[in-house]
Design a protein around this ligand. Structure first.
Ligand code: OAD
Ligand code: ZN
Length: 264
């Protein structure tokens, strides 16, 4: 049992069934049951640091080794985790219905891995989620700004061993958005457009306090769409939601999405 209120679940299923265009916005909570720590929970601390102290450009200029050590740890943590039933239910929704866009604040690759697992060798390849805050498995050059995939090991034992650009020799950094930095304008514009035109914004596992991501459900609501929240706790978006399902995403999403698409 998820402890989800049956009336809210029925209302939520009705919203999913009745929507042609669904924007799904996820945050760290969708990966919590996979074992990836959330940012604002107690387990979000690494050593004695808060994420805000490390995920910022000043920290990287001051001590790139420390920041890389944290990212190396996060990459290893995520590599040791698997997508959970919540990621998989969302992946099935996107595969089985048209008009579903997945937008995530997460920098782990669990949505993409779930999509590949659910799709198997079905064509076409599942769409990649819009990653508002970048990816742990991409790097960007601090000199020439070149971006590329990077999932190999990182040696953060000394500044000298940190990864460097093969074109210009400058330090590479994680291709993630840090505090005080702007999102990639193409990515946020695409997400805003989808939010404006969505009938339903399904918000999963985000504390909804980091902008501009947190404004996407408000955009949908302002344009006349509905907001549906899945989160064990209340958030600033709860008052906006047509239905709020209180429970962990890995248990609530399969009940919400698999049942509403007619399967057991
Ligand atoms: P937070 O850590 O702020 O919030 C996690 C949310 O997930 C909370 O609202 C929890 O109640 C909820 N939660 C916990 N366990 C859950 C579960 N099993 N199922 C569903 N929900 C659960 O994470 P975000 O909102 O993602 O940005 O944080 C937003 C951004 O702030 C991150 O992308 C990151 C961070 O600083 C950058 O790094 C730019
Ligand atoms: Zn370079």
């Amino acid at each position: 049992m998820t402890g989800v209120d049956p009336e809210a679940l029925a209302r939520a299923r009705g919203l999913v069934e009745g929507s042609d265009r669904i924007l799904v916005l996820t945050g760290a909570g969708v990966s919590a049951e996979s074992g990836v720590p959330t940012f604002r929970g107690e387990e979000g601390l690494w050593k004695r640091y808060r994420p805000e102290e490390l995920a910022n450009p000043l920290a990287f200029r001051r001590d790139p080794r420390l920041v890389w050590e944290w990212y190396a740890w996060r990459r290893e943590t995520v590599r040791g985790c698997d997508p959970n039933p919540g990621h998989r239910a969302l992946a099935r929704l996107a595969l089985e219905r048209e008009g579903v866009t997945l937008v995530t604040q997460n920098v782990d690759d669990l949505h993409a891995r779930a999509a590949r697992e659910e799709a198997g060798d079905r064509a076409p390849e599942p769409a990649h989620p819009l990653e508002l805050h970048g990816s742990l498995f991409r790097v960007r050059c601090t000199g020439c700004f070149e971006r590329r995939e990077h999932s190999g090991p990182i040696d953060a034992s000394a500044v000298e061993t940190l990864p460097r650009c093969s074109s210009c020799g400058s330090l590479l950094r994680p291709d993630v958005v840090w505090f005080g930095e702007s999102l990639d304008p193409r990515v946020i514009e695409a997400a805003r457009h989808r939010a404006e035109t969505a009938d339903l914004c399904l918000v999963v596992g985000t504390s909804a306090v980091v902008q501009p991501a947190a404004s996407l459900p408000r955009t949908t609501a302002a344009a006349g769409g509905d907001v549906l929240e899945v989160n064990p706790d209340e958030t600033p978006l709860t008052s906006l939601a047509a239905a709020a399902l209180r429970g962990p995403a890995g248990r609530v999403l399969p009940r919400l999405l698999d049942d509403s698409s007619g399967r057991a």
